[in-house]
Write a protein of this length. Structure first.
Length: 157
């Protein structure tokens, strides 16, 4: 049986690159994923997402980060605790860390894969991604499709 998977894009779409997770979620809504996969625009995160975390075995989260790496750099992190999230994860940092802490306290922590995209600034205003971050989205989408496909193969073994 396949795990129930949530692909969750996080970010503020009005702040340019900071909204990369939401942009990617919108792109992934057009993909024909298996029934056990849900794609969600999580906006700026927060406790309203607790229900979605509780309903899924596996969360693939996409978010921007201010990590000092070149804009458009994509990294995969397997956070197990709130402290495992990168520092300065944009304007919704506290909400996501609090959400993970709440899940841990409730004993309902799903498997989480966090895909972070490096951005230069959260001060950028506008609904468009910079060229560097936009160029990273194709590889990010391919990575997510591969993760879902590999999950299905493992479930069949």
């Amino acid at each position: 049986m396949n795990k129930s998977t949530l692909i969750l894009g996080i970010g503020n779409i009005l702040m340019g690159d900071e909204g990369v997770g939401v942009h990617v979620a919108k792109m992934l809504e057009k993909v024909n994923f298996p029934d056990h996969v849900t794609v969600l625009d999580g906006g700026t995160g927060g406790f309203h997402l607790l229900e979605y975390f509780d309903l899924h075995d596996h969360i693939i989260m996409i978010d921007a980060t201010l990590d000092g790496l070149p804009p458009g750099t994509v990294r995969q992190i397997k956070p197990r605790f709130a402290l495992d999230f990168p520092p300065a994860m944009s304007t919704h940092d506290i909400g996501l860390k609090d959400l993970v802490s709440a899940l841990q306290l409730l004993g309902r922590m799903p498997e989480i894969d966090l895909l972070v995209v490096s951005i230069a600034s959260i001060q950028q205003q506008g609904i468009y991604l910079t060229e560097e971050v936009q160029n990273a989205t194709a590889g990010l989408i391919a990575k997510i499709k591969e993760m879902v496909e590999n999950e299905m193969v493992v479930a069949e073994i």
